[in-house]
Design a binder for this molecule. Structure first.
Ligand code: NAP
Length: 293
């Protein structure tokens, strides 16, 4: 049986790790907090005492953690996976990290003889648990071919953008555009509410009109209903993605990324109000009552 070390069992990682167990892989697990692993251990996965312990004898190491700092810890920390992985092991980073971090991690891991590919994902936690994620891959073609058996349990679609780092570039573009859409949607809905429009008609119009992206359709319903049960993507994570994307835009573009910076500013407020709240809850900030002048 192919051996997978899976590291990071949050909303996304828990479901992804479960896919490997269901597909019959030999799975070792590590997460910063062990409680999230208990049901996966009961399903046959081995609990590892550290990322390094998880990586011993693995054919592939897959990570799904919050951000650059978490990624650096689990790969390159004192007990990081890179300290124990054997040369030739596939190192698959699925977390959304910054472009600079993806390149730095690639350099470090390749220097230690590992085969690095970046494979951030789109899709919500339900897609992670059902193997229907879209994987946004940056890799040498031969490395991707070698990784395919380890990507297949996670993926509905695999998109290959080019060499290492390019999957992360596209993911950051995608999530920055999503941040802009959600932040501007919150302002539009708040304006419609304050102006006294029939919000059922507003909802229908947003969902069927020219601006009806999947993002707008999903969040307009939730914002209008103020229904944020079961946050699937948090304000802190959206803020992180937008900030990483703006840093990349500043390094690539001559013109200032005005829209991106505005989205980061909107998510500064949402993150300060509730970092673990659903990303769409920023409507409550935008639609708050006007104070006395
Ligand atoms: P989450 O539920 O907040 O889980 C974050 C994971 O990172 C947990 O396993 C957490 O460990 C771990 N972690 C955080 N800081 C750490 C540190 N310093 N050292 C070691 N581990 C650390 O987040 P998520 O929604 O699963 O997202 C995971 C990644 O997928 C993020 O990069 C996110 O941007 C991306 N993503 C998310 C979605 C989505 O819809 N949620 C969709 C696409 C991509 P604990 O369990 O101990 O806290």
């Amino acid at each position: 049986m192919p051996r997978v070390a899976f590291i990071g069992l949050g909303r996304m990682g828990h479901g992804m790790a479960g896919r490997y167990i269901a597909a019959g892989f030999d799975v070792s697990l590590w997460n910063r907090s062990k409680a999230k692993a208990e049901d996966l251990i009961a399903r046959g996965a081995r609990w590892a005492t550290s990322p390094a312990d998880a990586a011993v004898d693995a054919d592939a190491i897959v990570t799904m953690v919050a951000d650059d700092e978490a990624s650096r810890n689990v790969w390159l920390g004192e007990h990081g996976a890179a300290t124990a992985a054997k040369p030739g092991t596939l190192a698959i980073e699925c977390s959304t990290v910054s472009y600079a971090h993806a390149l730095e991690l690639s350099r470090e891991l390749r220097g230690r003889g590992l085969i690095y590919i970046d494979s951030p994902v789109t899709g919500l936690p339900d897609a992670a648990a059902s193997g229907k994620l879209t994987l946004l891959v940056g890799a040498e073609p031969a490395d991707l071919e070698r990784a395919r058996p380890f990507l297949a349990p996670l993926a509905g679609t695999i998109r290959h953008f080019g060499p290492v780092g390019t999957g992360t570039v596209f993911k950051l573009i995608n999530n920055l555009m999503g941040a802009v859409q959600i932040a501007s949607l919150a302002e539009g809905i708040a304006m419609a509410e304050k102006a006294g429009l029939d919000m059922a008609i507003v909802a229908e119009s947003l969902a069927t009109g020219a601006v009806a992206s999947p993002q707008v359709i999903r969040h307009s319903r939730r914002m209008i209903a103020r229904d944020f049960a079961g946050a699937s993507f948090t304000a802190a994570l959206r803020h992180k993605d937008a900030a990483y994307a703006v840093a990349l835009a500043e390094s690539l573009l001559a013109a200032p990324p005005v829209m991106g910076r505005a989205a980061v500013a909107a998510y500064d407020l949402a993150k300060a109000a509730g970092p673990d709240d659903d990303e769409g809850k920023m409507i409550e900030i935008v639609a708050r009552p006007k104070g006395p002048h």
